[in-house]
Design a protein around this ligand. Structure first.
Ligand code: UDP
Length: 455
């Protein structure tokens, strides 16, 4: 019997690959065959990270395409990467689909692409294949992109590169996080040239997403009712993590260090500060040391993810004698099995950069947050956490832009002593999880989506 064959195309960043892999796993569990298309660069990282894993499902086939950049080119330069992909990947994807359709009995029935890889939706449209856009972040962030024409029309941003023309707070709807024009998603890039590329891409991708057969989002209606009301074409199917959170994903760029789970087993319930900043964030030496000292002086157990590229690697980033002083009270790992860590009963709170996946994972574990956002949608997510859901606190920076050791220690104590905040966090977990239980909004949407996929 032939299977319905889906081509899944993530945007090549960790916070995009992982949730699309979750969705692919859900679809594979429902009998679909998935060909998951990474860039060659990320494919190598994923295969390396998987080397020690025993669990490799056979319904998801990992393949790769070139991203248009030379081996040494800077893939953290998003403008460069997006231009390279746009140049090369559409043609390569078309060839891949044609090859599958020629050689395999399971023809391609659908392209499921990250909204930020709109070019893949365009390929599907041209090849007359069904297409589904997947948005891995908050509905509010996508609603903001959809509202770009309105912001241009009202003279708030420039129509060519999105530069703010006025300094003001934007509130797209009541009960949505307010955003300063200076913090809009596309204004965080180092050069205006990159900002322009990304801004124009956002505008183009919004069009592709709206033209797709489905536009599904890794969020839940009850978490963001105002955003889903503002942009009703976005359909919630999250939080996606729940279906397979106990499995090891095939999408990690670094090998997961699971020894921290045994260490967590030895800690008291609700005692550990978990500190992780996602896949991108880089620390300068001063800020890294302030955080290290704060964790040391907190006197509490902590689990801290320090990726191999968290600092610039020119010198030992820790204060002198740090490891000896902290001893077994603190554990540092290169990459954690984060979903399992967050749902471990020893965790007390989450010091997070507020990437959307981390936000969803923390809230669906009922944890309170200390928010340490850097850029893009992280500021919006911080506002959801602190102002809308009220399940966390933000840090204040000093006049040099540093979050000091004293500030971190104070906020940790304040958060852990705030029983109301912890109670709201537990309640929010229930709210989020109810959406994916039978009868919940995300559950129903996903069921309809499956029926359509099978039709
Ligand atoms: N993550 C992980 N181990 C870590 C740190 C992060 O597995 O040690 C995962 C995390 O669970 C999340 C993803 O990496 O699913 C990061 O996505 P997010 O949107 O939070 O941040 P980004 O990396 O995109 O900034």
């Amino acid at each position: 019997m032939s299977n319905l064959h889906i081509i899944a195309v993530p945007f090549p960043a960790q916070g995009h690959v992982l949730p699309l892999m979750e969705l692919s796993q859900c679809l594979a569990n429902h009998g679909f065959k998935v060909t998951f298309v990474n860039t060659e660069f990320n494919h190598k990282r994923i295969v390396n990270a998987l080397a020690d894993e025993t669990h490799v499902g056979d319904r998801i086939h990992l393949v790769s395409l070139p991203d248009g950049l030379e081996p040494g080119e800077d893939r953290n330069d998003l403008g460069l990467l997006c231009e390279g992909m746009q140049r090369v990947m559409p043609g390569k994807l078309e060839e891949l689909i044609e090859k599958i359709n020629e050689e395999e009995s399971d023809k391609v029935a659908c392209v499921l692409a990250d909204e930020s890889s709109g070019w893949a939706l365009d390929v599907a449209a041209k090849m007359k294949i069904r297409r589904v856009a997947f948005w891995p972040a908050s509905a509010a962030a996508l609603a903001l992109s959809f509202n770009i024409p309105k912001l241009i029309h009202e003279g708030i941003i420039d129509d060519d590169d999105g530069t703010p023309l006025k300094s003001q707070e934007i509130e797209l709807a009541k009960n949505l996080p307010k955003m300063k024009t200076a913090d809009l998603l596309w204004t965080c890039f180092h050069t205006l040239a990159t900002q322009k590329i990304i801004f124009q891409l956002l505008v183009r991708n919004s069009k592709y997403a709206k033209a797709a057969d489905w536009l599904v989002c890794n969020s839940a209606y009850d978490l963001e009712p105002a955003a889903f009301t503002l942009a009703p074409e976005i359909l919630p199917i999250g939080p996606l993590l729940a279906s397979s959170r106990l499995e090891n994903s095939k999408g990690n760029f670094w090998p997961q260090d699971s020894t921290c789970l045994e260490w967590l087993d030895q800690q008291k319930p609700s005692s550990v500060i978990y500190v992780a900043f996602g896949s991108f964030t880089v620390f300068d030496q001063t800020q890294f040391q302030e955080l290290a000292l704060a964790l040391e002086l907190s006197g509490r157990p902590f689990l801290w993810v320090v990726r191999p590229d968290t600092t610039d690697g020119t010198c030992d980033p820790y204060p002198e004698g740090y490891q000896e002083r902290v001893g077994s009270r603190g554990l540092v790992v290169g990459w954690a099995p984060q979903q399992k860590v967050l749902s471990h009963p020893s965790i007390a709170c989450f010091v997070s950069h507020c990437g959307w996946n981390s936000t969803l994972e923390g809230l669906s574990s009922g944890l309170p947050f200390l928010c340490w956002p850097y850029f893009a949608d992280q500021l919006l997510n911080e506002s959801y956490i602190c102002d809308i859901w009220k399940v966390g606190l933000r840090f204040d920076k000093n006049e040099s832009g540093i979050i000091t050791e004293g500030e971190i220690k104070t906020k940790v104590e304040q958060l852990l002593g705030d029983e109301n905040c912890k109670a709201r966090a537990s309640k929010l977990k229930e709210v989020a999880m109810n959406n994916i239980k039978e009868g919940g909004q995300s559950y129903k949407t996903f069921k309809n989506f499956l029926e359509w996929m099978k039709s």
